[in-house]
Each structure stands twice: as structure tokens, then as C-alpha cells.
Design a protein around this ligand. Structure first.
Ligand code: 5AD
Ligand code: SF4
Length: 490
């Protein structure tokens, strides 16, 4: 398995394939007498979302238009393999795509993403879903147009899974950004940690970092295009290792120094790599989000050791204390797995104690899911399902209470909120996030309503990406309600 850097020379063949596909779709569109569409379904984490933005960019370049209809001309599933339920959803969706494909043989069905690095999943597609046209893995994202061209030429199912790990600069691939205000910027790919429960190191390959200079150019370009929020992404963002010894704090500083960015965020941090320097930067730069996501996974040293997480819970708590001291207004979130093989009631109690001590503002809580191919899948002491669900419910109750208290502490305060758009429940309520990543839904008083030229009013279009001051009036379990006090002019 090698790490291969993709060059602009390599991309010539991809670009040629992209133009060939553009001609192919143009002819098909003329034949059908309508524009051709695509629908990308994304499962899983922000890295997958970022990959999907590239897949959409490549499909746009091939002359297709996005649609939310399932019966698009190109249907693409970008999959996640972290937990079992994501797999069930994929196979359900593939089943549903059979009807449209039967009615229209020109439809192209594509499956990519982390699940495709698990041979059992690829075998299942080969056997049970012969109408899937193309299967490829995340490592080959940049060559998608080439793989699609080969599929269309051969008129047969093409499965292309690579043994190598590629690294392609963002500048080599078109990107169709999903949000007008937020840019996802992967800075490194892959993971070397091999936590014993996790499929990611197998699915995403070895750690490889993008060029520092290229990242800085991209960031500057994004600022020039008007992006307000930038999210630096990596499975282990803190182990970034660029050219000339550049480390994660260098990337974070370069982003924070761009004053056009109102928010600089980063995901995900591993406790073994997060340095105090990063926390100090969160305290000193006002545009770095003062929210830290730090995966604890378990409160028991014995379980952490069996998970191959190389820290003790005391080390984790030391970071929590540094963060709480240096960033007192900040918020802390985490990932926790319940029911890892061999977890005793005493181990679980230690998790509950650690959660109470850390006072997480929010948490992603997971029931352990056995992932074939991982080390823990072979552990003999798997925990009974009813024990896992009982522990999970107890953890959730505790964490929900902490999340509610964190929201309650905001009530009465006024803070800056970056507006993300219309709330999902009402068209005259906006939704956004505080600098500490608290989710806020808020009303707009009449005098702050930005009307269109014709006097009409549309919430989402007029405010997305703006900063405003919001006074918080009411706490809910997962969000805070408020009212806009003013618009912040930058
Ligand atoms: N079972 C349950 N949760 C898992 N995660 C990763 N693998 C598994 C698994 N096999 C969780 C971890 C990780 C998050 C992204 O998903 O908590 O931090
Ligand atoms: Fe998975 Fe652990 Fe790597 Fe995170 S650090 S992606 S949990 S192996």
C-alpha cells in the first residue's frame, strides 16, 4: 500500500474523460429533450460531506443539474461504514432504486465511500444489486469522471477498489459547496490510530497531509469569494504534518489570521495529539470557534487500553481542565461508545463519572457496533444487547441533562450568532450558531427584517452567512430560543 500524490499531469486523463462524459450527457439530454439531473446521497461524517461536494462539482462539470428527486439520471450513494445502521440504509435505498432503473436503463447508479472498502459489502452489491453501474472507494474520488467514462464505455458493472492511498489537492477537483457561507477544507486524510473498534483506518487508509502552501492559497481564495466560516477537516486534524515541518497550529493560525473569516472551526481532535498551544490559540483569536470536540470514548482506563486509545482518563481530564480554564465561555463536546467488549458495570460507572466531571455541553453517544475486520470484532467478551441499551439510556439521560443545563446558562445573555438559514420548523425563524457552537433559533423583529427590492421577505436568502446579535430567551434540550437584537456589520 503506497501513498500517491496526484499531479495536474495525472488529472489530464480525468479532465479528458470529464469532457467525454459531458458530450455523452449532452447527446442523451437532446435525445430525452430535457436537462439531465443527479442526486448525491451522503451518509456519515463531514469528510464524506466534503467528498460529496467534490462529486457534485464533478457532476456539474459534466453538465448535469442537481435534484432532490430519487429518480435522477445519475444516482450516487456516498456511504459510511462506522455503524451497522448506515449499511442497512444503503441496501434499502439501493433496493428502491431498482424500479427507476428498470423504467429507464440510461440511469447510472453509483456507490462509493467508506463501505466500499469492506469486501463483504462489495460482494453483496455484485450478487444482489447487479444494476449498480459503478463501485469505487474514497481513495479514488479524484478519478470519478474517468471511472464513470469507463463504466459507460464498457456497459458493464465496474468495481474499482484501490490498494493505494491517493492525495489530491482541492485545486485539482471542481467543488460545488453545499453552503453559501461555510467552506469545508480537508487538510489531511486517513488515520493511523487503529482504535480496535473502528473501521476508518481500513476504509480511509494511512494519514497523509495536504501541502501547507496549497491550503493557505485555498483559504485566501475562499475569503475572497465571501465565505464566512471555514471548517478544517481531518480524521485526526491535530496530527497534520505538512511540508517544512508545518503542524496543525500553523494551519489554524493561517486561517485565523484571515480576518474575513468570522468563524474558524476544526474537526476531529484526538486527546493524544491536541496540544495546549491549540487551546491557547482558541483563547487568543476571536474568530476561532471556542468549541472543542474531543472524543473521550470511555471513562475507564481498562476499556481505553483495550480500545487502543493511548491515554488515561486522567490525561483527558487534564485537557478538559486546561480548556475550561483558558476558554471559560467555551463549550466541549465528545464521542462516547457504550457496551465495548468487556465493559463492566464498574467501567460504565467510570464513564458516567467522567461525563459528570467534564460537564460536556453536548455528546455523540454510540452503542458499540461490531465492525467486521476490526480487532475488537474478534474479542470474545461482547456485551449482551439489553445491557448495552440499558447503559446507553442511562448515559443519554445524564448527557441530556448536561446539554439542557448548558443551554439554560445562555438564557438572558446576548451573543454573536452566525446565521445558517431558515429554521426547519418555521419560515420566519432563523437558525444559527454561537461562537461556542450552541444551536440557536430566533425571531427577527420587524425593524430588522431585510426586505427584497419588491418589498417581499424571504428569510433564508437574505440572512445566510451574516453575523447578528441575539438575546437568548428560552432553553430547550438541544437548542436555545432567542430574538435578534442587531445585525453586525463587517
Ligand atoms: N461502534 C460504535 N461507535 C463507533 N464509532 C466508531 N466506530 C464505532 C463502532 N464500531 C464512533 C466513535 C467515533 C465516532 C465518529 O464514531 O465514537 O469517535
Ligand atoms: Fe477511528 Fe480512532 Fe481513527 Fe478516530 S482515531 S478515525 S475512532 S481509528
Amino acid at each position: 500500500m503506497a501513498i500517491i500524490k496526484v499531479t495536474s499531469e495525472d488529472m489530464r486523463a480525468v479532465d479528458a474523460a470529464s469532457s467525454e462524459m459531458r458530450d455523452y450527457f449532452k447527446a442523451l439530454s437532446l435525445k430525452k429533450n430535457r436537462p439531465l439531473t443527479y442526486n448525491v446521497h451522503t451518509y456519515g461524517c463531514q469528510l464524506n460531506e466534503s467528498d460529496s461536494e467534490k462529486l457534485c462539482g464533478m457532476l456539474d462539470s459534466m453538465g448535469l443539474t442537481p435534484t432532490s428527486e430519487l429518480s435522477a439520471d445519475v444516482i450516487l450513494f456516498n456511504t459510511c461504514s462506522i455503524r451497522e445502521n448506515a449499511e442497512d440504509r444503503l441496501f434499502g435505498n439501493l433496493g428502491e432504486a431498482k424500479g427507476p432503473k428498470k423504467d429507464n436503463r440510461d440511469i447510472l447508479i453509483i456507490v462509493c465511500g467508506c463501505m466500499m472498502k469492506v469486501p463483504e459489502n462489495v460482494d453483496r452489491i455484485r450478487k444482489s444489486f447487479p444494476y449498480v453501474d459503478l463501485v469505487f472507494d474514497p481513495q479514488q474520488l479524484h478519478s470519478f469522471p474517468l471511472l464513470l467514462r469507463n463504466t459507460v464505455r464498457s456497459k458493464k458493472q465496474l468495481v474499482n477498489i484501490s490498494d493505494d492511498d491517493y492525495i489530491a489537492e482541492d485545486s485539482l477537483v471542481p467543488i460545488s459547496r453545499g453552503r453559501k457561507f461555510r467552506a469545508l477544507v480537508p487538510i489531511m486524510y486517513g488515520c493511523n490510530n487503529f482504535c480496535t473498534y473502528c473501521i476508518v483506518p481500513y476504509a480511509r487508509g494511512r494519514e497523509r497531509s495536504r501541502d501547507f502552501g496549497q491550503i493557505v492559497d485555498e483559504l485566501q481564495g475562499l475569503a475572497d469569494q465571501g465565505y464566512k466560516e471555514v471548517m478544517l477537516l481531518g480524521q485526526n486534524v491535530n496530527s497534520y504534518a505538512g511540508e517544512d515541518g508545518k503542524k496543525f497550529p500553523d494551519v489554524l493560525r493561517a486561517a485565523a489570521e484571515i480576518k474575513a473569516f468570522s468563524r474558524v472551526r476544526f474537526m476531529s481532535s484526538h486527546p493524544k495529539d491536541l496540544s495546549d498551544e491549540v487551546i491557547e490559540m482558541m483563547a487568543s483569536y476571536s474568530n476561532i470557534e471556542n468549541h472543542l470536540h474531543l472524543a473521550m470514548q470511555s471513562g475507564s482506563d481498562k476499556v481505553l487500553d483495550r480500545m487502543n486509545r493511548p491515554y488515561k482518563i486522567a490525561d483527558f481530564m487534564r485537557i478538559v481542565d486546561v480548556f475550561r480554564n483558558k476558554v471559560p465561555e467555551g463549550s466541549l463536546s465528545t464521542d462516547i461508545i457504550v457496551g465495548f467488549p468487556g465493559e463492566t458495570e464498574e467501567d460504565f460507572q467510570q464513564t458516567l463519572d467522567a461525563v459528570k466531571r467534564a460537564r460536556f455541553d453536548s455528546a455523540f453517544t454510540f452503542q458499540y457496533s461490531m465492525r467486521p475486520g476490526t480487532v475488537a470484532a474478534d474479542f470474545k467478551d461482547q456485551i449482551a444487547h439489553d445491557v448495552v441499551t440499558d447503559r446507553f439510556a442511562r448515559l443519554l439521560e445524564l448527557q441530556n441533562d448536561l446539554a439542557y443545563k448548558s443551554n439554560l446558562a445562555k438564557v438572558g445573555k446576548t451573543e454573536e450568532v452566525l446565521i445558517e438559514g431558515e429554521s426547519s420548523t418555521a419560515s420566519d425563524i432563523l437558525t444559527g450558531r454561537t461562537r461556542s457552537n450552541h444551536l440557536v433559533n430566533f425571531k427577527i423583529p420587524d425593524e430588522l427584517k431585510l426586505k427584497n427590492a419588491d418589498g417581499s421577505f424571504s428569510c433564508a436568502d437574505n440572512y445566510e452567512g451574516m453575523l447578528c446579535k441575539v438575546r437568548f430567551t428560552h432553553a430547550r434540550p438541544y437548542s436555545v430560543d432567542g430574538i435578534m437584537e442587531s445585525i453586525v456589520n463587517d
